[in-house]
Design a protein around this ligand. Sequence first.
Ligand code: UGA
Length: 441
Amino acid sequence: MSTRIAVFGTGYLGATHAACMAELGHEVLGVDVDAAKLEKLAAGEVPFYEPGLGEVLRNNIDRGRLKFTSSYEEAAEFADVFFLGVGTPQKKGEFAADMVYVDAVIETLAPLLTKPSVIFGKSTVPVGTAERLGKRARELAPIGDGVEVAWNPEFLREGFAVQDTLHPDRLVLGVDRNVRGRAESVAREVYAELLDEEIPFLVTDLATAELVKASANAFLATKISFINAISEVCEAAGADVTVLADAIGHDVRIGRRFLNAGIGFGGGCLPKDIRAFMARAGELGADQALTFLREVDNINMRRRTRMVELAREACGSLLGARVAVLGAAFKPDSDDVRDSPALNVAGQIQLQGAAVNVYDPKAMDNSRALFPTLTYSANALEACEGADVVLVLTEWLEFLKLQPSDLDSVVRNKVIVDGRNCLSPDDWRGAGWNYRGLGRP
Ligand code: UGA
């Protein structure tokens, strides 16, 4: 059955969700306050790099199932199912998440709701937000108690956004136990195709659903920092963290995924989400419970510093050195540079007096906008020209395929530091290069 849906926010989460809901056969309106973004999307252009999303977007625009607007009136008129997918960035100078965008959607939308409506929150929010928004929406809406707020957290990864939305590991829905509402039955209609595939569907209270999301990201961040902490011990002991990760990863209770040691996690989610989680636990009087996340954060940030040290060791001194940086995105298959470890390292090295040439297959424009003072090269070889050291900071396939012979005659010194442990030390050393990894002898 086709449902009329409006999705608020057309960033990573919202644009993907809107396109994928249309793909499931629903009639969808994407809503944003950013006119430039809407114009692009309506023309079938994805404003960021996400494999496969453009196709889903264009197919559904062509079928007439997906449209975009900046008008909340139009959205309230059109739909009775609403998804909220706006950003919850870190507040400036604080750990807590900034709720201004989430709150603005409810403040603007609720007064326009004159028919029974369900609002599904998807953004990552501090626990307690959904209940607060539900109360506020009922206060503001002409239909009053006819508005229900439920929480349906999103677990999509950048680079796999379409696949993760259409074939998620699980669906989680938090419903307001104090309201005898329709949220669960509406969600079952919206996601009918996924439920037919027997994707696990967990219905909880609001607080649990909010905490599921925060805990999932906290666990992933902890797993990465765990292996990076072990990688520090490996460095001190002359052991190899990559072999160690393979070995412990064979234990299914541990698992090999997310045990890749390197310069650590970044992006628009994990760093800010663990901080917001700590801040919220503090507000609730459970701050001791999450103090370990501060250490998770510290371990992660230390890896960036370690990478700068390795670059300095490789050059003798960073003053006047030429440093090639391969990779600027926070991970491969993404053009996202928000809190990118790669760009952070590149910036630190430059500020310490080196000339840094950066190349990334997709993130050049975003990098330039964030760090205009770095030098950007048109390709990997150009970035490596005359380099005293080559740093691989994002594990793009293109860099994994680089052969030592491609760079032999390009660089000044045959020194490579592998910030993602993604290259073969034997290949590079065998070709006469000085290879350094993180947490490897
Ligand atoms: C993360 C979560 O994985 C998603 O489940 C979640 O929905 C999303 O945040 C979100 O909250 O929106 P994402 O930010 O796309 O997804 O990126 P990840 O694939 O989790 O990678 C995060 C960072 O960890 C990257 O910088 C990556 O390079 C790093 N990483 C990952 C490692 O350093 N080692 C690993 O083994 C894995």
